[in-house]
Structures are given as C-alpha cells and as structure tokens.
Ligand binder design. Structure first.
Ligand code: BG6
Length: 485
C-alpha cells in the first residue's frame, strides 16, 4: 500500500485518552492496512502481556482479529524525568524498526500531563531517539501551555528537538466530520459564500454543551476551567472556520494562514467591556432527566471546596474586519448541561420590510444550523406558505441533511483521521504555532480582565442550559440562544 509504515512511541500508554480513544483509532487504522508497531510507555509496571490485556479491554466488544493486532504492541516502563530510561529504548526501537520494516519513520505521541511535554522532548533529543533515518513527528495533546507566556516557553523547548513542521498539535475537533465539512459547505456553495458576511448574517451561535460533570478529572479541571479547556482551543477553531476568508488554495498553510488572520482580528477584552461580554458559571446540584440526583461541582471529588473555577462560559466575540464588523459571535460551553451537543447556528438578518407583517410571529429568521455531534448534518430554516391557507399565512419549514447511522459508523472517527493525517504528513487539521499564540492572546485578555474586574461566578442548576445571565448576554443585543435542534 502507499501508506507509510511507522513506529509509534506512545507516552501515557495506560492513561485515560489512550484507553478511551487511541487504541480503537489504531485498531481501525490497522483494519485499513496501516502498518505500524507501538511502544507503549508509562510509569506503571506492565509486561507486554498485561499491556495487551489493557488494550484489549479498551477495544469495543464486537472487534474481531484482536490477536494479530495486539501483537504489535510492546510495553516499556518509563519515567519521563530520567534520560537513561530513554537511552535504553534506542536498541529496542531499532529492533522493531527492522522486524516490522518501518523505514525509520517515527511518531512520538505525547498523551501526557502537560508538565512533562518539555522534558519528554528534551530527553527524546538527548537520547538520540529523535534522530532517525526516516521522518519523525511529534504529536502533542492539549493543553498547550496555560497562558501566552507558558505556551511560548513550551514551544521553544519543543523547537530544540523538533521543527515546526514536525510538531502536530492535536485539536480533536478538527478531526470531526462536520467540522471538516464547514470549509466545503462555505467554499463549494456559491449561495452561501455570497451571503456569508455582515450584510446578511445577524449573528453566529456556537454551542458545545456536555452532560457529563467533571468526573474523575478534577485534578486537571479545577485548575483549568471551561475557558481554557474548551474555548481556547475547540471553540476558537470552530469560530475561525466559520469566519475565515476563502483560502486561495487548499494547501495546509493557505488555510491556516486564513485562520490566523481571524484570530488576529478578534477584539481583545478589557476591564471596561469584560463584564458585558462574558458569563462564568458553575453547576450546583440538580436532577437529571432520568431522575438521578447530580451533585454540585463543589461537592465533586478533588474539587477545592471554595473553588471559583468556571464549569460554564458564555461570551460574545467581535471580529474587527470588513466581513464581520458588528456581527456578534456568541459562544457557550459547559459541563453538566441539559444536553450533549455541538451545534453552530448562523442566523440571517430580517427582511428590510416584511410583507407578512400581520402574522409576523410566524416569519422567523432564516437559520443555517450545522450539527457537529451527536448528529452530523445541517438544516436550513425557511418560511413557506401554510398549506391550504391564504397566501399570506406562513409556516416555518426545515430542509435537512443528516448523515445516516451506517455512514457514521463506517466513517473514520476524529482520532483515527488525525493519526492517519499525521502519518501522511498532512498537518492541515492540526494547530499551527501562531494559531495557538493568538488564541492565547485573546484568552489571556479575558482571564486578566476577569480577575481585575472580579467577574463573579453565576450558578446554574446541574442539567440546565446554564445560568440565566447567559440568556441576558444575548437579550441585551436583541438576540436569544436558539435551542439545540
Ligand atoms: C476535551 C476536553 O478537549 O474535549 C473535555 O478536555 C471535553 O473536557 C472534551 O469533555 C469534549 O470532546 P467531545 O469530542 O466529546 O465533544
């Protein structure tokens, strides 16, 4: 096959992400004839056998041909802080390279606590592991730093061992089917491109709501919060895909260049506007739709009892360029909300004069809704004549396209797609350094202004759509959140 073989060094091999996403993604790649071997690395003691059992347990139950798949996984115990642990891997990786004919190609996948990223890169270089006859790539999970300064430091330390072209910063939202479809929807359909601007669009709403609470991740999450966990990366990426100018070509850097231009045009927050532009929320206890009692964030394991970490954030962003001047981009995301959904609504402007004024309540705005998950598809809301009634009576209808379940099952999932891209050397759907840089600039302006202005936490009941202040954020501009559709 034309697929390049590769040796994958998986740091954090026993961790949550590896077990939830990476092994099943690798399994699917294996089924598509991708050739690879994996060295799983972590601090715990495992043999190859017990490691393979762990992988086996993390695969979906219907998976066949496990044995042959599992045989290509090997485990080595490793302490990131000890260079000598890296040195001992050298011989073994050469051996695997020979045995599986991997052409010296290497991926170093850091599925680690961020505190170890820099050290791992340093020791990869020092040990000589990062020197190879084939290509080498570093895949790095978020968070990429915790503010602008730390992300710069991290980047510099990675650059000692890898070049920018070799660094693949994962944002798994960029691997999602409908996220990749935004670009096609916009640039392959003249009817949308013609009206995709401030003259015809009233506002844009991006919702990433989750039903899960903080779970067992409070050690990370309580230090992080929704703004850093979801807005800095996933939401900023979605926003730039909606807002960017058409790239002149679809080459990797043409696209990423356009995204950076959007980030540079986003108006930073300051102490004067912050209280108007952002809502920070935290969940209190509540009852789920199936009558389960949900505890408050403050009562979750490992959350500080006086924590003011936000588990919800809603915000209005303004993009200061010709296309978007005056069009609010509303975003919201939170844990323990009423529904798990990722959805983008493009709300078009009203008619200058509405001839159907006498039933004006029925003539709602045109909406284009992009469903990213759990459904994948889109819908366009229009107004038509009400059946059998006088022509002046209208009803709303919806033109819908949904990927069917079978198609969704056969489709690559986000991680599978992104790992495949990385093996191909296609970094289009990974975050370039300057994207990270500018998005941290925006987030820093929010964090700093929130601190200085003491922007309070607004509480919301678990399993609701967030605090009422998030509704007011839109109401004061004459808008409202469209419900999850
Ligand atoms: C991760 C966040 O990046 O995205 C998690 O760290 C969040 O807190 C997750 O739950 C959501 O991803 P998805 O694909 O389930 O929407």
């Amino acid at each position: 096959s034309s697929k390049e073989p590769v040796l994958i060094f998986l740091f954090g091999a026993t961790g949550d992400l590896a077990r939830r996403k990476l092994y099943s993604a690798l399994y699917r790649l294996y089924k598509r004839d991708q050739e690879f071997a994996v060295i799983g690395l972590a601090r715990r003691a495992h043999t190859d056998e017990t490691y393979r059992d762990l992988i086996n347990d993390s695969l979906p139950s219907e998976v066949g041909q496990r044995q042959h798949f599992l045989e290509r996984f090997y485990y080595r115990r490793l302490d990131i802080t000890r260079p000598e642990n890296f040195a001992t891997l050298k011989e073994f990786s050469d051996e695997l390279n020979e045995r599986y004919q991997l052409k010296g190609n290497r991926i170093f996948y850091l599925s680690l606590a961020p505190a170890y990223f820099a050290e791992a890169a340093k020791n990869l270089k020092k040990s000589g592991l990062a020197t190879t006859s084939g290509w080498k790539r570093l895949v790095i999970e978020k968070p990429f730093g915790h503010d602008l300064k730390s992300s710069k430091e991290l980047n510099e330390s990675l650059l000692h061992a890898f070049s920018e072209e070799e660094i693949y910063r994962i944002d798994h939202y960029l691997g999602k089917e409908m996220v990749q479809n935004i670009e096609v929807l916009r640039f392959a359909n003249p009817i949308f491109e013609a009206i995709w601007n401030r003259r015809y669009i009233s506002n844009v709403q991006i919702t990433l709501s989750e039903t899960l609470g903080v779970g067992d991740r409070a050690n990370y999450y309580d230090q992080t919060g929704a703004l850093l966990d979801m807005v800095q990366n996933h939401i900023m990426q979605l926003l730039t895909l909606i807002a960017m100018e058409p790239p002149t070509q679809l080459e990797t850097d043409d696209l990423r260049y356009e995204k950076v231009k959007v980030l540079k045009a986003i108006r930073p927050m300051n102490i004067h506007n912050i209280a108007e532009e952002i809502v920070r929320g935290q969940y209190t206890r509540g009852i789920s739709p199936n009558r389960e009692k949900m505890c408050a964030y403050l009562n979750e394991n490992n959350v500080r009892s006086d924590s003011d970490t936000e588990t919800f954030v809603a915000s209005r962003f303004q993009i200061d360029n010709y296309r978007w001047q005056g069009v609010p981009f509303y975003v919201r995301t939170g844990k323990r909300m009423a529904e798990k959904a990722t959805q983008i609504v493009i709300q078009f402007r009203k008619l200058p004069k509405n001839p159907y004024f006498h039933n004006v309540n029925h003539v709602g705005p045109n909406l284009l809704v992009i469903y990213i998950s759990p459904d994948e598809g889109l819908s366009l809301k229009l107004n038509v004549k009400a059946n059998g009634e006088a022509g002046s009576n209208t009803v709303p209808i919806s033109l819908k396209f949904r990927n069917n379940e079978l198609a969704m099952e056969n489709m690559q999932d986000a991680y599978e797609r992104l790992i495949a891209d990385c093996i191909k050397g296609d970094s289009t759907n990974f975050t370039r350094w300057d994207e990270v840089l500018y998005s941290w600039g925006i987030i820093d302006s929010i964090v700093d202004s929130c601190k200085k202005r003491h922007v309070p936490i607004d509480y919301y009941e678990a399993c609701s759509m967030g605090p009422s202040t998030a509704d007011e954020l839109l109401e004061k501009h004459g808008h409202h959140w469209w419900p999850i559709m």
